[in-house]
Ligand binder design. Structure first.
Ligand SMILES: Nc1ncnc2c1ncn2[C@@H]1O[C@H](COP(=O)(O)OP(=O)(O)OP(=O)(O)O)[C@@H](O)[C@H]1O
Ligand SMILES: [Mg+2]
Length: 509
């Protein structure tokens, strides 16, 4: 894909001038000027909490600016709501999904714009239009399936289908690829290309700078609510983007790999989860960072959940010499195991509660038997905020009002508060900015240095390679192979993940 803006001099479709936005007494955006032109793929990048989603919501009619002006086709506008923006062809795909979980896929796609025949709803037409859209996205989800039954990446594809069903002039996408596999990303990029060729303006955020370099025409950088740079992508390197985001040069992203000790802390023998994992064997040493790679759907999350007691299983899980009973989370936690879920919205956080409650809830017994020791709780929150660089404009805010990346950091802090011996982290840096990634990687290495053991499940190849001294790769519910030391490399992981075995280099090359 070329990084050439097809219409560099055309007038903006949508623009902001001098826009500020406050939540309560706190100003989040400070006088933002921004312009989006037809036929351009424009990236908005910045650290977690920099104000990307807020800017996008203002452009998409979901939020009002506190001061300043939004213009559409050169005219000053004030969208009363997102429907008013949609009437102008402006559609936004949110970072956290905006789907009605209890409704079917096709009902979601046409929600609020149901197709009718006469005065009756035309279910057949909606179902077949949805099927066509999903086919275009090579997504195999049944249009009649309830949204709460489909996978996270499929939900994202449904959001995209929903957006594509509109008459688009502007498509705003807030971290669409954070939850997609590589294959789905490619499909999405093809659609984005097609839209650009049709003259649609696309505003795009992602923490994957390689992706921005590849598909975007222009990049604008937000730092702490201020635009600090805007340039054609062709004129800026990934390193320069990262430096503009965090305001400093980033040295090595990955810490030195910890050296595992001789003791085994976790043994998994012949573990099966009916239908998803079969006959998995795994050993984890003290002080080790073990990676688990594989394609989405290979059974990685299910394996982790079975180990953590979140799923029924067959086979043995032995932690520090004790056999863990199947399907009992509490037993696993008490034995010293912590599991960080990949699905922060579904399972990880209570979005309506505050930071403190979310951090300490699972461990309240630690903070006093009868009376809760608020001071100790507050101190734990202080430490979490500083260890994980959590950016919360106000301590008392709802967790749901934290930026997406900061929610992920809080989840990580909560998981580690139980002082576990073994930590399993599923997709540790999903939606996390590059500066914070570096901090989280250092933290994982630190845990191992302290003699704890970490299993990292990741779909990001560089992350597995950069962090783990040993990588187990899954394919089709089985452990396809294991790589250690110098063998840990992209080609070898991909071969195993695709079920090609370890020694078939020529076959794939
Ligand atoms: N409704 C709200 N009430 C209070 N503060 C809010 C609200 N919505 C957002 N914020 C704050 O505004 C700041 C910017 O948040 P925003 O979601 O725009 O960040 P972001 O750049 O999208 O970050 P991320 O990469 O983590 O998604 C954050 O500090 C966030 O906590
Ligand atoms: Mg965001």
């Amino acid at each position: 894909m070329s990084a050439v803006n097809t219409a560099p001099s055309s007038a903006p479709i949508l623009a902001l001038s001098g826009v500020t936005r406050s939540f309560g007494p706190i100003e989040i955006l400070h006088g933002v000027d921004f312009a989006l032109r037809p036929g351009e793929i424009h990236a908005l990048i910045g650290e977690n909490g920099a104000g990307k989603s807020t800017t996008m919501k203002i452009l998409g009619g979901y939020l009002d600016p506190t001061t300043g002006e939004v213009t559409c086709d050169g005219q000053s506008v004030r969208f009363v709501n997102s429907d008013a923006a949609e009437d102008k062809g402006i559609v936004m795909i949110h970072q956290e999904f905006n789907l009605a979980e209890d409704l079917a896929v096709d009902q979601n796609v046409f929600l609020g714009r149901e197709l009718r025949r006469g005065w009756r709803l035309d279910h057949k037409a909606m179902r077949s239009r949805t099927a066509d859209l999903l086919t275009r996205l090579q997504c195999r989800v049944d249009p009649a399936a309830k949204v709460n039954r489909i996978s996270v990446p499929d939900k994202q594809m449904v959001e995209i289908a929903k957006a594509l069903s509109r008459d688009l002039r502007v498509l705003i996408m807030d971290e669409p690829t954070a939850v997609l596999t590589e294959r789905e990303c490619e499909i999405l990029f093809t659609q984005i290309e097609r839209l650009r060729a049709e003259g649609v303006a696309i505003l795009y955020t992602s923490h994957k700078l390689g992706e921005i370099k590849r598909i975007c025409d222009r990049v604008t950088v937000l730092r702490d609510g201020t635009m600090v740079k805007s340039a054609p992508v062709a004129d800026i390197t990934e390193e320069q983007m990262a430096a503009a985001m965090v305001g400093r040069d980033l040295s090595d992203l990955y810490p030195a790999k910890p050296v595992a000790g001789p003791d085994t802390v976790l043994e998994v023998e012949n573990l099966s989860v009916p239908g998803v994992v079969s006959g998995a064997n795994l050993v984890l040493k003290r002080g080790e960072v073990l990676g688990i790679g594989g394609l989405i759907g290979a059974g990685r999350t299910e394996l982790a959940e079975a180990i953590a007691g979140l799923r029924p299983r067959h086979g043995t899980v032995r932690l520090l010499g004790h056999d863990l009973p199947a399907g009992l989370v509490q037993a696993a936690v008490e034995a010293g195991l912590a599991y960080l879920t990949e699905d922060r919205k579904g399972a990880g956080l209570l979005l309506d509660k505050g930071l403190r409650e979310n951090l300490t809830l699972p461990l309240l017994h630690k903070f006093g038997k009868i009376m809760i020791d608020r001071k100790a709780e507050e101190a734990a929150l202080d430490k979490a905020i500083s260890d994980f660089a959590i950016r919360a404009p106000q301590r008392s805010m709802r967790v749901g009002d934290l930026s997406g990346g900061n929610q992920q950091k809080l989840l990580l802090a909560k998981t580690l508060l139980s002082d576990p011996q073994v930590v399993i982290i599923d997709e540790p840096t999903r939606g996390i900015d590059i500066g914070t990634k570096q901090q989280i990687y250092a933290l994982i290495a630190d845990l191992a240095e302290q003699g704890r053991s970490v299993i990292v499940i990741s779909s990001e190849m560089p992350e597995l390679i950069g962090l783990a001294s040993r990588v187990v790769v899954m394919h089709g519910g089985k452990i396809a192979g294991e790589l250690e030391g110098d063998q840990v490399a992209e080609g070898a992981i991909v071969r195993l993940a695709m079920g090609l075995g370890e020694h078939q280099e020529e076959a794939v090359a």
